[in-house]
Design a protein around this ligand. Sequence first.
Ligand code: BES
Ligand code: ZN
Length: 415
Amino acid sequence: MKILAFVSLFACIALSFPLFDFAPDWPFNAFSLLHGNGHQDRLLKLGPDEYRLASEQEKLNLKRANKRFIDMTEQISIDVAVEQGLVAKPSHSLWQKLFFIGSKQIDTLKKPIPVYNYPKKTQYSSEVKNLYNSIDIDGVRDNLSNFTSFYTRYYKTESGAESAAWLFDQLSNLIAPFKEIKIEKIHHKGWDQFSIIVSIPGEVKDKVVVGAHQDSANLILPNIMRAPGADDDGSGTVTTLESLRIILEAYRTGTYKPHNTLEFHWYSAEEGGLLGSIDVYSRYASAKEVVVGMLQQDMTGYTQGSIDAGVEPHFGLIEDYTSVELNSFIKLIIETYNSIPYHSSECGYACSDHASALENGYPSSFLIESEMKYSNKYIHSVMDTIDRIDFEHVREHVKLTVAFAYELSLAKKLH
Ligand code: BES
Ligand code: ZN
């Protein structure tokens, strides 16, 4: 009887580890033997030339230690990575040993980034500034309040899929009057939370993209603990949502029709290692799509760090692993349209979804709420809540995003 109780207790503990995303290695975790959960079956890119294999548990530990990476498992098969000498040969789980099926091959590991002739002067300042009268901060607050009320938006959870469905409904309602504007769910292999793309077709197929990530994560126990993710990245999500709403007002009145195709993206699973965005941009690269510029909005609402340090509220323009030319264009936009300045900052390799665009050969930029050192320290915890959000700062990000989208989508002769 005692033995039976002991065995059941052991089985319960072992089987519950995957729930916690917190699986110690075999022999303690029976589940990991089947799923490879405790095995190094993820291929991570930690820098331009730095790859390593990791288990789900090691991935989480890297995030907790602020190490940044792109999870390339679906882009480069581990076999190819071994063949090309990127990583040493892994040890396979029993399951993989029995049924090993390689994933797809890749053509090149590094794609050059083209240089485009971005405008050196803004052209539409009176039209764009007029639109700013329509920014509805109460609506933005309501949207963020709804979005943060999901228990967590962690990409592997049911509420993470539900929050994506909620966002999809809001966007569907927004674009409903315009039959030529498309909305698409991008489903990913391995988890249920989908990415979302809204596309306003231009005269040409070249794309201008504005992005944010919709998922959140509590790094203590991501599968079971609450993660409101108000700033990271509920704020970027509602910033882009409001920017789309404003652009659509101009579109409805006929004062604006893009030359380049204008897209708004809400990525799934950024917190899992840019998983949603790397999927989106590798599909674009395979389909030979052209993206002339991508701007990421991740964390747009926290100013207390700057205020506490006696520093004026400002944007943080991330200048490492981003496009120098696109950053210059963004500086021009800020100087023309915003009432706060930018400060240069750096966030290391692959800290948000702009890195997935860059990885696939597309110029991208990342504008965050402040220099990294003053940014929100409550992210990835239950304390990343809406009461810490400064909506006047979100307004500045909306102004920036609308101006970026408007000016760049109307720019010709970029090639
Ligand atoms: N929003 C963060 C990036 C960030 C963190 C900006 C801290 C400013 C300060 C983003 O969602 C994130 O957490 N990224 C991960 C990297 C990812 C590839 C696992 C990170 O920075 O650890
Ligand atoms: Zn984020």
